[in-house]
Design a binder for this molecule. Sequence first.
Ligand code: F6R
Length: 612
Amino acid sequence: MCGIVGILGQGPVAGAIVEALKRLEYRGYDSAGIATLEDGHLARRRAAGKLKNLEGCLAAEPLFGACGIGHTRWATHGKPTQANAHPHANGKVAVVHNGIIENFRELRDELRGKGHVFESDTDTEVIAHLFAEAMEGGLAPVDAVAASLPRLKGAFALAVLFDGEDDLLIGARDGAPLVVGFGAGERQNELYVGSDALALAPFTDELAYLDDGDFVILSRAKGAEFRDLHNQPVERRRVKTLASALLVDKGNYRHFMAKEIHEQPEVVARTLGRYLDMSAGTVALPFTLPVDAAQLPRLTIAACGTAYFAGLVARYWFERFARLPVEIEVASEFRYREPPMERGGLTLLISQSGETADTLACLRYAKAQGQKVLSVVNVASSTMARESDVAALTLAGPEIGVASTKAFTCQLAVLACLALAFGRARGAIDAKEEAQYVAELMAVPGLMAEAMKREVRIEALARDFAHVRDVLYLGRGTSYPLALEGALKLKEISYIHAEGYAAGELKHGPIALVDNDMPVIVLAPHDNVFDKTLSNMQEVAARGGRLILITDAAASHDFGGEVETITMPEMAPHFSAVVYAVPVQMIAYHTAIFMGKDADQPRNLAKSVTVE
Ligand code: F6R
């Protein structure tokens, strides 16, 4: 996950920027760079590898400017070379960026057509050229940014410097975090931007977080001016951050769970960046598979709780993209069932903590059976990561909320990439299909950021849910495991009884529960089973049930009653489970909050279940 730091200071800032970047090293990176204004003109130093290489460049060719931006880059589009390191600049503008610009190819083609010359493989460089193009058209820097930001699709945080503008630094956020810091005491007139509070800790504890869609104009003379996505001035609350709280910083959120829900566009993008070559539009696993995927007769998956539901979603993907039969079971059953397993086969385990006792027991059982073990884990130093033949890491960062959110969607991101890699290896999909699916996956972080914008609507719904006794979740295809996950999320943090069902199972039993008190939440992206799900909704409507539909198609269908609809962004259906996880998580979170429950630490639950 890339790190961003920017300083409008009073003396040379390069050293302070590098120090702040060191505090972001934990996010992982493979190149770094810095830009300052030297006598009013943009100057850059960039280096592949660790920050000490950048320090070496700065020692050889120091920078003295009093305003600057710095970046640690986790390669997504293009290799971790000096040419691809940020800041990207074009004489007028220098920009550092965290996230993915999905439409960079279209923008690059358009800008090339207007004579812009590109030097890197990155998506980021189009941002610098887009701003410069607007300025060449006569706009002042702030107006150029305001006019250009709506053209960027995806999830991003940015910091921008302009040639000849010694008192201007602009930050922007849509789907990746950015915080503004306010200097005090001897740093009185200084202003900062950073990826998180930790980066800014040595300078200030007074912060304001940008909301998605915001940009901020920093000037020593005028202070910080925040504008929203309509370019209207907005207030963003200043908060004091305790130094002790910085390592596990809640940002602007009341709970870790809320923060972790909102972090998803960023961490999913980061995770995808690890498993895809986004420039080439291909899957690029960072390891060699421990088996010959082409010869594999079947895949066995075991996991617990939310991680198990991620496995259930993945089963659809492995079967569809790789034509690979999948056997999946909850780990606590699998380990005692002691199923026969063929030597040299593959077992896939999924776990956030990498320490879950039942899943670990499956790992050891599978190994004893002569299976190879591939685990999808979030904690790199965990027992499961260490004992597996290959650990496929999710890059969700520490998940503090007990109810899993961002680890789940990052698991899905890795599993989708694995399914595509298996598909290619088995000849089940060709290069063209791979490119199409990879493009769909690359759109996911931006769609998740868009889905976050339904939060006010979901909050209103949740206010109502706080009074219900039972909730039913329905879905088909990959929305079925997501229905199970929705029900689990709601019950574990709000203590409302909830059930998830395959929509087709409704009439085989649960329809007996339907009355006008029990909400029935239907997850129905516009996919190949959409019409089937609509028929199931009809069955609920006919019995006076209360329907809540989460869909991307305008529900123009007449159900003979009112259907509360949460309309999601339009998307290709294959990876909708990752995007639809957002409203599902938000419903649970806001319901729990309205009920006065502790969303971060629900009763009786532990984050890492190291006992059976
Ligand atoms: C639910 C939840 C749990 C975990 C389960 C497995 O929100 O967090 O169901 O998913 O305990 O934990 P890990 O993934 O650490 O193996």
